[in-house]
Write a protein that binds this ligand. Structure first.
Ligand SMILES: Nc1ncnc2c1ncn2[C@@H]1O[C@H](COP(=O)(O)OP(=O)(O)OP(=O)(O)O)[C@@H](O)[C@H]1O
Ligand SMILES: [Mg+2]
Length: 410
C-alpha cells in the first residue's frame, strides 16, 4: 500500500520499492478531512488498537452495512463479509514462523510472505503490518472493510485478517505471477517480456477493476493508489487490483470532490490533486493513464536513471503524442516490433486522454473500459500481423474508428 505524500520533491517522495525498502523518507498518515470508508460504513475511524479491535472482533456494525448493500456480484454471489478471522498462531504455522524462504517482498505496510493454510490446503499471501512502518491501523481497517464489501474478478480477494494484541496481518489469495511492476520492469531472469496481447488483457482487467470501484460499489470508492506494483497477476496473467488502505469514499450529492491530505505515489498522482488536495474519480483516471503508458512503453512512471524530462513518463510522453512520427518510438523496445500499429495508436490515445492536465477532460472509467475491452479482444498474431481477430464491436471512444489512425493529443 502506498502511503506517501506524492506532492513535491521527487528525490524525497519516491514510491516504496519492494524488498529491502526503506520508508523513512515517505510521509505517512495524516488527518484526512475526507470521509473515510470507516465513516461511510458507520464505524468510527480507528486510531487506537483497542477501538479497532472492537470493530474487527465484533463486526456487527460492518455486517449491518454489508447487509444493507447486499447485491448480486459479478459471479452471481452476494456481497457479504466473508473475511475470516485468523489467530496469530495460525499464521505463524502457515508461514513456518515467517520463514525467510517464504518472503515475497515488502511495501509500505510491511513484509509479505507466502503461506499455506493447512485446514483449507490453500496457498495465500500474508502481509504483516510493520508497527514502525509508515502505515498503520487506519490503512489496515480501510483495507479490511473495503475488500470485505467488494467482490469482483479484478480485485484481489481478502481471505481474512488477524488483529491480535499488537499484531495486524492481512491474508490474501496468492497471486502466482507477482506484480505488474515486477513483470514489466524487473522480470525474473530468462523470462520472456510480456507480449502485446497480455499487456492489453492486463490493462483491460485493471480498468474493469477500477470501474467496479467507481461505478458499481455502494458507496463508490476512489482508489488513490493505482500503480503497477498494486496490480497483481494470477494464473494466465489475470490482473487484480490490490492495496486499498488509501481508498476513499467518493463525493456524494452535489459535491465534486473530497478534500484530503495528498497521499499516493509520486509519478502516479494527478497534478490537480497534488496541488489542491481535491480528490476526484478523475485522480484515479490520471493514475490509470500512467499505468497504461508504462504497459505500452515499458518505461517507469519515474526513472531517475534517465535525463531531464525523460525521468517523468508523462512529461516524456506528452510531446510525443502530438507527433505521429514519434508514436512508433513509444512502443516498448522489449516488444521487438511485435504489436499491431493500430492497437498502439489506440492504446496511446486512451493513455493520452487519461493523463490530461485538466481533470474534466479525462474520460470516465466506463469509456476506458469499453475501449480497452475492445483492444484486448483484438488478438494480435505476430505471424499474421495485419489481421487481428476482433470479437467485439468497435469502441465509441476512438474518434473515427474506421480510420487507420485515431486521434491522439491533449
Ligand atoms: N496477494 C499476493 N500474492 C502474491 N504476491 C503478493 C501479494 N501481495 C503482495 N505481494 C508481493 O509482495 C510484495 C510487496 O507488496 P506490497 O503491496 O506490500 O508493496 P508494494 O505494492 O511494492 O508497495 P506499496 O506499499 O506502495 O503498495 C510485492 O512484490 C508483491 O508482488
Ligand atoms: Mg502494493
Amino acid at each position: 500500500m502506498g502511503c506517501f505524500n506524492c506532492y513535491g520533491d521527487s528525490s524525497v517522495k519516491k514510491p516504496v520499492k519492494k524488498r529491502n525498502n526503506n520508508n523513512n523518507n515517505n510521509q505517512c498518515k495524516g488527518d484526512d478531512r475526507a470521509q473515510p470508508i470507516t465513516d461511510a460504513l458507520n464505524v468510527s475511524p480507528q486510531n487506537g488498537v483497542k477501538d479497532e479491535s472492537k470493530v474487527l472482533v465484533n463486526q456487527s456494525a460492518v455486517e449491518k452495512d454489508a447487509d444493507a448493500s447486499k447485491r448480486p456480484s459479478a459471479d452471481g454471489e452476494t456481497n457479504a463479509i466473508k473475511a475470516r478471522k485468523f489467530t496469530f498462531a495460525e499464521l505463524v504455522t502457515a508461514t513456518e514462523n515467517f520463514k525467510a524462504d517464504y518472503f515475497l517482498g515488502e511495501g509500505g505496510f510491511g513484509k509479505v510472505y507466502k503461506g499455506h493454510l493447512q485446514d483449507s490446503d490453500q496457498i495465500v499471501a500474508i502481509k504483516q503490518l510493520d508497527r514502525n512502518g509508515c502505515q498503520g491501523i487506519r490503512e489496515f481497517v480501510v483495507e479490511v472493510l473495503t475488500l470485505s464489501m467488494a467482490d469482483h474478478p479484478n480485485l484481489v480477494k481478502l481471505i481474512g485478517y488477524c488483529a491480535e494484541g499488537d499484531q495486524r496481518l492481512l491474508v490474501y489469495e496468492y497471486m502466482l505471477l507477482g506484480s505488474l511492476e515486477e513483470n514489466l520492469h524487473d522480470p525474473r531472469p530468462n523470462k520472456e517480456p510480456l507480449d502485446w496481447n497480455t499487456r492489453m488483457k492486463i490493462a483491460a482487467g485493471a480498468a474493469n477493476g477500477l470501474e467496479y470501484l467507481h461505478d458499481k460499489m455502494k458507496p463508490p470508492v476512489i482508489y488513490r493508489d493505482l500503480k503497477c506494483s498494486n496490480i497483481l497477476l494470477g494464473e494466465g496473467y489475470h490482473p487484480k487490483l490490490s492495496d486499498f488502505g488509501l481508498a476513499k469514499v467518493g463525493p456524494s450529492g452535489d459535491q465534486t470532490h473530497v478534500s484530503t491530505r495528498v497521499m499516493g505515489t509520486y509519478g502516479y498522482c494527478a497534478p490537480d490533486y497534488a496541488m489542491t488536495g481535491q480528490l476526484t474519480f478523475k485522480s484515479d483516471i490520471y493514475s490509470f493513464g500512467v499505468v497504461l503508458l508504462e504497459i505500452i512503453t515499458g518505461r517507469k512512471a519515474i526513472d531517475e536513471t534517465r535525463e531531464g524530462a525523460a525521468k517523468n513518463l508523462v512529461a516524456w510522453a506528452r510531446p510525443m503524442f502530438k507527433d505521429r512520427k514519434k508514436i512508433y518510438k513509444m512502443a516498448d523496445p522489449a516488444l521487438n516490433g511485435q504489436y499491431p500499429v493500430r492497437g498502439l495508436y489506440q492504446s496511446l490515445a486512451i493513455a493520452a486522454m487519461c493523463v490530461q492536465e485538466q481533470p474534466n477532460m479525462r474520460p470516465l472509467i466506463a469509456d476506458v473500459v469499453t475501449a480497452l475491452n475492445y483492444l484486448a479482444s483484438q488478438t494480435y498474431d505476430p505471424q499474421n500481423p495485419s489481421n487481428p481477430k476482433s470479437t467485439e464491436p468497435s469502441a465509441h471512444m476512438f474518434k473515427g474508428d474506421n480510420k487507420q489512425e485515431p486521434f491522439i493529443g491533449n
